[in-house]
Design a protein around this ligand. Structure first.
Ligand code: UTP
Length: 276
Protein backbone atom coordinates (compact mmCIF):
# COMPACT_ATOMS: atom_id res chain seq x y z
CA UNK A 1 0.00 0.00 0.00
CA UNK A 2 2.90 2.35 0.79
CA UNK A 3 5.40 1.82 -2.01
CA UNK A 4 7.68 4.84 -1.90
CA UNK A 5 10.31 6.11 0.46
CA UNK A 6 11.81 9.59 0.23
CA UNK A 7 15.39 10.32 1.26
CA UNK A 8 16.18 14.01 1.70
CA UNK A 9 19.96 14.02 1.21
CA UNK A 10 20.63 17.58 0.14
CA UNK A 11 22.13 18.91 3.40
CA UNK A 12 25.70 20.18 3.54
CA UNK A 13 26.86 17.98 6.43
CA UNK A 14 28.92 20.83 7.84
CA UNK A 15 29.56 18.98 11.11
CA UNK A 16 31.72 16.53 9.18
CA UNK A 17 33.89 19.03 7.33
CA UNK A 18 36.43 18.63 5.87
CA UNK A 19 35.31 15.03 5.13
CA UNK A 20 32.14 16.30 3.47
CA UNK A 21 33.78 19.01 1.36
CA UNK A 22 33.53 16.98 -1.83
CA UNK A 23 31.81 13.83 -0.56
CA UNK A 24 28.18 13.54 0.55
CA UNK A 25 27.73 12.99 4.28
CA UNK A 26 25.36 10.12 3.40
CA UNK A 27 28.25 8.23 1.78
CA UNK A 28 30.35 8.18 4.95
CA UNK A 29 30.80 4.51 5.83
CA UNK A 30 29.77 2.97 9.11
CA UNK A 31 32.31 0.14 9.03
CA UNK A 32 32.08 -0.82 5.32
CA UNK A 33 28.64 0.39 4.26
CA UNK A 34 27.60 3.97 3.47
CA UNK A 35 25.06 5.47 5.84
CA UNK A 36 22.50 5.89 3.09
CA UNK A 37 22.61 2.17 2.20
CA UNK A 38 21.58 1.25 5.73
CA UNK A 39 18.58 3.54 5.29
CA UNK A 40 17.67 2.12 1.88
CA UNK A 41 17.91 -1.44 3.24
CA UNK A 42 15.51 -0.46 6.02
CA UNK A 43 13.06 0.91 3.42
CA UNK A 44 13.29 -2.24 1.31
CA UNK A 45 12.79 -4.41 4.41
CA UNK A 46 9.56 -2.47 4.93
CA UNK A 47 8.54 -3.34 1.32
CA UNK A 48 9.06 0.23 0.14
CA UNK A 49 10.87 -0.57 -3.09
CA UNK A 50 10.54 2.78 -4.85
CA UNK A 51 13.31 4.88 -3.45
CA UNK A 52 13.29 8.61 -4.17
CA UNK A 53 16.21 10.91 -3.37
CA UNK A 54 16.13 14.67 -2.98
CA UNK A 55 19.74 15.54 -3.67
CA UNK A 56 21.73 18.70 -4.13
CA UNK A 57 24.99 19.82 -5.68
CA UNK A 58 27.94 17.56 -4.95
CA UNK A 59 25.83 14.47 -4.30
CA UNK A 60 26.43 12.50 -7.49
CA UNK A 61 28.21 9.72 -5.60
CA UNK A 62 24.82 8.69 -4.17
CA UNK A 63 23.35 8.12 -7.64
CA UNK A 64 26.47 6.19 -8.66
CA UNK A 65 26.22 4.01 -5.55
CA UNK A 66 22.69 2.93 -6.49
CA UNK A 67 23.68 1.96 -10.01
CA UNK A 68 25.66 -0.93 -11.45
CA UNK A 69 29.40 -0.39 -11.81
CA UNK A 70 30.20 -2.51 -14.85
CA UNK A 71 33.97 -2.08 -14.48
CA UNK A 72 33.83 -3.29 -10.89
CA UNK A 73 31.51 -6.18 -11.70
CA UNK A 74 33.81 -7.24 -14.52
CA UNK A 75 36.92 -6.90 -12.36
CA UNK A 76 35.81 -9.02 -9.44
CA UNK A 77 33.33 -11.46 -11.03
CA UNK A 78 34.32 -15.01 -10.09
CA UNK A 79 36.89 -13.92 -7.46
CA UNK A 80 36.62 -14.41 -3.68
CA UNK A 81 35.94 -10.68 -3.34
CA UNK A 82 32.56 -10.98 -5.01
CA UNK A 83 30.80 -11.45 -1.68
CA UNK A 84 31.60 -7.85 -0.75
CA UNK A 85 29.11 -6.75 -3.37
CA UNK A 86 26.29 -8.97 -2.07
CA UNK A 87 24.47 -6.34 -0.02
CA UNK A 88 24.44 -3.64 -2.69
CA UNK A 89 23.56 -6.15 -5.42
CA UNK A 90 20.59 -7.21 -3.33
CA UNK A 91 19.47 -3.58 -2.93
CA UNK A 92 19.84 -2.93 -6.66
CA UNK A 93 17.90 -6.06 -7.56
CA UNK A 94 14.93 -5.14 -5.38
CA UNK A 95 14.74 -1.35 -5.49
CA UNK A 96 14.12 1.28 -8.13
CA UNK A 97 15.77 4.67 -7.68
CA UNK A 98 14.79 8.14 -8.75
CA UNK A 99 16.35 11.52 -8.12
CA UNK A 100 15.42 15.16 -8.02
CA UNK A 101 17.28 18.19 -6.74
CA UNK A 102 16.59 20.71 -4.04
CA UNK A 103 18.09 23.82 -5.56
CA UNK A 104 18.34 25.86 -2.36
CA UNK A 105 18.84 24.57 1.18
CA UNK A 106 15.64 25.93 2.66
CA UNK A 107 15.15 23.23 5.27
CA UNK A 108 13.77 19.72 5.65
CA UNK A 109 10.19 20.79 4.89
CA UNK A 110 11.35 22.39 1.65
CA UNK A 111 13.39 19.27 0.77
CA UNK A 112 10.29 17.12 1.20
CA UNK A 113 8.22 19.49 -0.90
CA UNK A 114 10.91 19.23 -3.60
CA UNK A 115 10.27 15.47 -3.59
CA UNK A 116 6.59 15.85 -4.51
CA UNK A 117 7.38 15.33 -8.16
CA UNK A 118 8.73 11.83 -7.35
CA UNK A 119 6.03 10.88 -4.84
CA UNK A 120 2.76 12.17 -6.29
CA UNK A 121 -0.53 11.69 -4.52
CA UNK A 122 0.14 8.73 -2.23
CA UNK A 123 1.33 8.10 1.32
CA UNK A 124 5.09 7.62 1.63
CA UNK A 125 7.88 6.90 4.05
CA UNK A 126 10.72 9.32 4.83
CA UNK A 127 14.12 8.30 6.12
CA UNK A 128 16.82 10.73 7.22
CA UNK A 129 19.80 8.49 6.69
CA UNK A 130 21.95 10.27 9.24
CA UNK A 131 19.69 8.69 11.86
CA UNK A 132 20.88 5.10 11.73
CA UNK A 133 18.32 2.73 13.26
CA UNK A 134 18.66 -0.93 14.10
CA UNK A 135 16.33 -3.40 15.75
CA UNK A 136 18.25 -6.59 16.37
CA UNK A 137 15.39 -8.90 17.24
CA UNK A 138 12.50 -7.72 15.15
CA UNK A 139 11.14 -5.47 12.42
CA UNK A 140 13.06 -2.39 11.38
CA UNK A 141 11.70 0.98 12.51
CA UNK A 142 10.06 1.84 9.19
CA UNK A 143 8.39 -1.61 9.03
CA UNK A 144 6.95 -1.00 12.50
CA UNK A 145 5.56 2.33 11.30
CA UNK A 146 4.09 0.90 8.09
CA UNK A 147 2.13 -1.58 10.21
CA UNK A 148 0.74 1.29 12.27
CA UNK A 149 -0.14 3.24 9.15
CA UNK A 150 -2.28 0.35 7.96
CA UNK A 151 -4.25 0.73 11.18
CA UNK A 152 -4.48 4.53 11.52
CA UNK A 153 -4.07 5.94 7.97
CA UNK A 154 -2.52 9.19 9.09
CA UNK A 155 0.96 10.71 9.26
CA UNK A 156 3.19 9.07 11.86
CA UNK A 157 6.46 10.32 13.36
CA UNK A 158 8.98 8.16 15.22
CA UNK A 159 9.90 9.49 18.64
CA UNK A 160 12.25 8.72 21.51
CA UNK A 161 12.77 10.10 24.99
CA UNK A 162 15.80 12.37 25.26
CA UNK A 163 17.39 14.04 28.31
CA UNK A 164 16.00 17.52 29.01
CA UNK A 165 19.24 19.25 28.08
CA UNK A 166 19.02 17.70 24.58
CA UNK A 167 15.53 18.85 23.58
CA UNK A 168 16.84 21.92 21.74
CA UNK A 169 18.35 19.62 19.08
CA UNK A 170 15.03 18.06 18.05
CA UNK A 171 11.43 18.61 17.11
CA UNK A 172 9.53 17.90 20.32
CA UNK A 173 5.95 16.66 20.54
CA UNK A 174 3.27 16.78 23.19
CA UNK A 175 0.20 14.62 22.99
CA UNK A 176 -2.20 12.21 24.48
CA UNK A 177 -0.84 8.75 25.19
CA UNK A 178 -3.16 6.17 23.58
CA UNK A 179 -1.11 3.27 24.85
CA UNK A 180 2.49 2.73 26.00
CA UNK A 181 4.22 3.55 22.75
CA UNK A 182 1.64 5.55 20.82
CA UNK A 183 0.53 9.20 21.12
CA UNK A 184 -1.86 11.44 19.25
CA UNK A 185 0.06 14.63 18.61
CA UNK A 186 -1.42 17.82 20.06
CA UNK A 187 1.60 20.08 19.91
CA UNK A 188 4.99 20.12 18.21
CA UNK A 189 7.84 22.57 18.54
CA UNK A 190 11.06 22.63 16.54
CA UNK A 191 14.23 22.81 18.65
CA UNK A 192 12.66 24.40 21.75
CA UNK A 193 14.52 25.97 24.61
CA UNK A 194 14.54 23.30 27.39
CA UNK A 195 12.47 25.66 29.57
CA UNK A 196 9.74 25.88 26.94
CA UNK A 197 9.75 22.27 25.70
CA UNK A 198 6.31 20.64 25.96
CA UNK A 199 7.90 17.23 26.79
CA UNK A 200 11.10 15.28 26.23
CA UNK A 201 9.66 13.22 23.37
CA UNK A 202 11.90 13.94 20.39
CA UNK A 203 11.14 13.28 16.72
CA UNK A 204 13.82 11.25 14.94
CA UNK A 205 14.36 10.76 11.23
CA UNK A 206 11.59 8.31 10.37
CA UNK A 207 8.18 9.40 9.13
CA UNK A 208 5.15 8.14 7.29
CA UNK A 209 3.47 11.09 5.60
CA UNK A 210 0.11 11.39 3.90
CA UNK A 211 0.28 13.32 0.61
CA UNK A 212 -1.75 16.31 1.85
CA UNK A 213 1.53 17.28 3.58
CA UNK A 214 2.66 18.81 0.26
CA UNK A 215 -0.17 21.34 0.18
CA UNK A 216 0.45 22.16 3.85
CA UNK A 217 4.18 22.61 3.17
CA UNK A 218 3.41 24.94 0.24
CA UNK A 219 1.56 27.16 2.69
CA UNK A 220 4.06 26.89 5.55
CA UNK A 221 6.10 30.06 6.05
CA UNK A 222 9.77 29.82 7.06
CA UNK A 223 10.06 29.05 10.78
CA UNK A 224 13.01 28.32 13.07
CA UNK A 225 16.34 29.43 11.47
CA UNK A 226 14.43 30.83 8.47
CA UNK A 227 13.87 27.30 7.14
CA UNK A 228 10.61 25.63 6.06
CA UNK A 229 10.17 23.23 8.94
CA UNK A 230 8.50 19.85 8.52
CA UNK A 231 7.56 20.11 12.19
CA UNK A 232 5.42 23.20 11.50
CA UNK A 233 3.62 21.43 8.64
CA UNK A 234 3.03 18.33 10.76
CA UNK A 235 1.54 20.46 13.53
CA UNK A 236 -0.87 21.91 10.98
CA UNK A 237 -1.76 18.37 9.85
CA UNK A 238 -2.32 17.40 13.49
CA UNK A 239 -4.66 20.37 13.95
CA UNK A 240 -6.56 19.63 10.73
CA UNK A 241 -6.84 15.90 11.32
CA UNK A 242 -4.52 13.47 13.00
CA UNK A 243 -0.80 12.83 13.43
CA UNK A 244 0.48 9.97 15.55
CA UNK A 245 3.81 9.69 17.34
CA UNK A 246 5.31 6.27 17.90
CA UNK A 247 8.01 5.27 20.38
CA UNK A 248 9.84 2.77 18.19
CA UNK A 249 11.48 -0.52 19.15
CA UNK A 250 15.22 -0.55 18.59
CA UNK A 251 18.27 1.68 18.71
CA UNK A 252 18.97 4.93 16.94
CA UNK A 253 22.37 6.52 16.39
CA UNK A 254 22.68 10.19 15.52
CA UNK A 255 25.20 9.81 12.73
CA UNK A 256 24.83 13.49 11.85
CA UNK A 257 27.08 14.16 14.87
CA UNK A 258 30.64 12.94 15.36
CA UNK A 259 29.86 11.28 18.71
CA UNK A 260 26.85 9.38 17.35
CA UNK A 261 28.78 8.34 14.27
CA UNK A 262 31.64 6.88 16.31
CA UNK A 263 29.14 5.15 18.61
CA UNK A 264 27.40 3.59 15.59
CA UNK A 265 30.71 2.50 14.10
CA UNK A 266 31.73 0.76 17.33
CA UNK A 267 28.30 -0.84 17.70
CA UNK A 268 28.13 -2.18 14.15
CA UNK A 269 31.72 -3.38 14.24
CA UNK A 270 31.17 -5.23 17.52
CA UNK A 271 27.78 -6.69 16.69
CA UNK A 272 28.04 -7.44 13.00
CA UNK A 273 31.71 -7.77 12.10
CA UNK A 274 33.98 -8.69 15.01
CA UNK A 275 33.22 -12.40 14.85
CA UNK A 276 33.82 -12.66 11.10
P1 UTP B 1 20.57 18.24 9.11
O1 UTP B 1 20.49 19.68 9.43
O2 UTP B 1 20.82 17.28 10.19
O3 UTP B 1 21.68 17.95 8.01
O4 UTP B 1 19.28 17.85 8.28
P2 UTP B 1 22.83 18.85 7.45
O5 UTP B 1 22.37 20.24 7.21
O6 UTP B 1 23.37 18.11 6.26
O7 UTP B 1 23.92 18.74 8.61
P3 UTP B 1 24.88 19.81 9.28
O8 UTP B 1 24.08 20.38 10.41
O9 UTP B 1 25.27 20.83 8.24
O10 UTP B 1 26.05 18.99 9.75
C1 UTP B 1 18.57 16.63 8.46
C2 UTP B 1 18.35 15.94 7.14
O11 UTP B 1 17.62 16.76 6.24
C3 UTP B 1 18.32 16.93 5.01
C4 UTP B 1 19.77 16.60 5.32
O12 UTP B 1 20.41 16.08 4.17
C5 UTP B 1 19.65 15.57 6.42
O13 UTP B 1 19.45 14.26 5.90
N1 UTP B 1 18.11 18.31 4.54
C6 UTP B 1 18.15 19.33 5.43
C7 UTP B 1 17.86 18.53 3.21
O14 UTP B 1 17.81 17.59 2.37
N2 UTP B 1 17.66 19.83 2.80
C8 UTP B 1 17.71 20.87 3.66
O15 UTP B 1 17.51 22.04 3.20
C9 UTP B 1 17.96 20.61 5.01
Amino acid sequence: MIKKCLFPVAGYGTRFLPATKSMPKEMLPVVNKPLVQYGVEEAIDADLYEVAFVTGRGKRAIADHFDISYELEHQIAGTDKEMYLDSIRNVLAKGSFSFTRQHEMKGLGHAILSGETLIGNEPFGVILSDDLCVNHNGDGVLSQMVKLYKQFRCSIVAIMEVPNDQVSKYGIIAGECMKDDLYTVENMVEKPDPKEAPSNLAIIGRYILTPDIFEVLRNTPPGKNGEIQLTDALLQQAKDGCVMAYKFQGLRFDCGSIDGFVEATNYFYKNFYESE
